[in-house]
Design a protein around this ligand. Structure first.
Ligand code: ADP
Ligand code: GLC
Length: 494
């Protein structure tokens, strides 16, 4: 019998995405299916998610609720069923119009400001998820609950401190996709969470006098994972643990790093419908068509030098401020840059100033565009990922799959997935990219210089591209690792 797992998250492709979390949550059900794990995903009922349910029912009939909560932290809510994409894996949707029926992103209003009741939105989400996970909804039974990031973390706290009456509480896995976002709120919200006073404890939801949602989930979890082995080690230290390093250390080797895979059907340069020219490792010359198309799309000069790309949230985490500092250097070496991203207005302004200084050499698209991100990986020569920390990172993996050589900071998943083009690695054709340690002007500038030098040796460059494209970044190994962890916790032999 397949293991029944409830995956709880605040975003998942193809319905709602602000970052890599959505790629991973969307890919997990298919990654687990070959391992006798049946995964159902629970999402909040944002307008786009509810809209997809109407699509599933072909607009003919309204979906019938599986369950109703007269008062979920004070608001009426219902549980609806659908699929994650047309013909996709099973989906549950928490329809609670007062909390999730809003325009804007999942976490912020249309102007980009975080909703000030996010604590209540995601506490209610966790409360409902705990009820569902513990079998309070007729017809649904789960062996294990898997919560992703702080927005889902309260699920495990409710299961621990306030399970539905008479429930058999399933074990919980808490996955950290980013320690920088912890869901930390004023202690005044505690009485409104519907938790017993016993939860207000140092090993409960209390954190520095406030409510720590990720912390509460980590304390309640039977197992903690994060999205790369290096990040699993890094978060034991203050710089990366962001206050939770002590808790992580106290869990010893129970904190595992399972590296993310990519959806190799969605990200395959041989078949990708978004590209001007499809190609494989054997037909790399065809990439030139994509490069020309990309130059035209960004209004960049046609030149022989390397075309760097960036596809990123524009934030401090991603090192975009340091990127801005090195752009004159990059152009001075004969490089060009096409950047797609959105985020911090101050960084956008700096990037725009650089684009004005270097017309035809630096060009930007500020916004979010999934198809363009594919065309960039196919047409760019190298992708820059100068992150200060990176739990896993997906854009370097897409770059590897598309022959767009990654230039990455040696941290987190970037350290685990890119092999630096040092002499030893080049000698055995193992190198797949360029790594640098320490995100500052000098180190990034040196990495870009090294990259340009490698690019100017076409034979070496092609070997880098081919080695990257040959690497396996499918979910095969990581799907097996999650399945093994689930079985260990549930006590079912593999
Ligand atoms: P993070 O989740 O920290 O933002 P990841 O590298 O794990 O970083 O995932 C980012 C995901 O979002 C990737 O799928 C990337 O292609 C995508 N992405 C980021 N910014 C944009 C954008 N402006 N347009 C399209 N896709 C984007
Ligand atoms: C987070 C991290 C990123 C990771 C993604 C998916 O957004 O910042 O490094 O790839 O989650 O796990």
């Amino acid at each position: 019998m397949a293991l029944q797992v409830l995956s709880v998250a605040s975003e998942a492709v193809p319905l709602v995405k602000t970052g890599g979390l959505a790629d991973v949550v969307g890919a997990l059900p298919a990654a687990l299916a070959p391992h006798e794990v049946a995964m159902t995903t629970l999402l909040p009922g944002y307008p786009a998610v509810l809209g997809s349910l109407a699509g599933t029912a072909k607009g003919k009939r309204k979906p019938k609720p599986l369950h109703e909560w007269p008062s979920l932290l004070g608001e009426p809510a219902r549980l609806l069923a659908g699929t994650l994409g047309v013909g996709g894996p099973p989906l549950l949707v928490l329809d609670c119009p007062a909390l999730f029926g809003r325009d804007g992103g999942p976490y912020a209003d249309p102007a980009g400001r975080d909703w000030d009741d996010n604590w209540r939105r995601y506490a209610a989400f966790g409360r409902a998820a705990a009820d569902i996970g513990a079998g309070a909804v007729k017809g649904l039974a789960f062996d294990l609950v898997h919560a992703h990031d702080w927005q889902a973390a309260m699920t495990l706290a409710y299961l621990r401190f306030a399970p539905p009456p008479g429930a058999k509480v399933p074990p919980g896995v808490m996955t950290i996709h980013n320690m920088a976002f912890q869901g930390f709120y004023d202690g005044a919200v505690f009485p409104r969470l519907g938790l017993p006073q016993s939860a207000w404890a140092m090993d409960g939801v209390e954190y520095h006098g406030g409510v720590g949602m990720l912390k509460a989930g980590l304390e309640a979890a039977a197992a903690i994972t994060t999205v790369s082995p290096t990040y699993a080690l890094e978060i034991r230290e203050r710089e990366f643990g962001m206050g939770l390093e002590g808790l992580i250390r106290s869990r010893g080797d129970k904190v595992r790093g399972i590296v993310n895979g990519i959806d190799v059907a969605e990200w395959n340069p041989a078949t990708d419908p978004a590209l001007a020219a499809n190609f494989t490792a054997k037909t790399l010359a065809k990439r030139a068509g994509n490069k020309r198309a990309l130059e035209a799309e960004f209004g960049l000069a046609h030149e022989d030098g390397p075309l760097f790309i960036v596809v990123s949230r524009l934030t401090w985490q991603k090192g975009i401020d340091v990127l801005c500092e090195v752009l004159d250097h990059l152009v001075g070496l004969g490089g060009r840059l096409a950047l797609l991203g959105s985020g911090d207005p101050a960084l956008v302004a700096e990037l725009e100033a650089a684009a004005r200084r270097h017309p035809g050499r630096i060009a930007l698209k500020i916004g979010y565009d999934e198809a363009l991100s594919h065309r960039m990986q196919a047409g760019g020569d190298a992708i820059l990922v100068p992150s200060r920390f990176e739990p896993c990172g997906l854009t370097q993996l897409y770059g590897l799959a598309y022959g767009c050589v990654p230039v990455v900071a040696r941290t987190g998943g970037l350290a685990d997935t890119v092999i630096d083009a040092n002499l030893a690695a080049l000698a055995v054709d193992a190198a797949t990219g360029v790594q640098f340690a320490g995100v500052d002007y000098a180190n990034l500038a040196r990495a870009i210089s090294r990259t340009v030098a490698l690019y100017r040796q076409p034979d070496v460059w092609r070997r880098l591209q081919r080695a990257g494209m040959a690497a396996d970044f499918s979910w095969k190994a990581s799907g097996a690792a999650y399945a093994a962890l689930y079985r260990e916790l549930v006590g079912v032999p593999a």
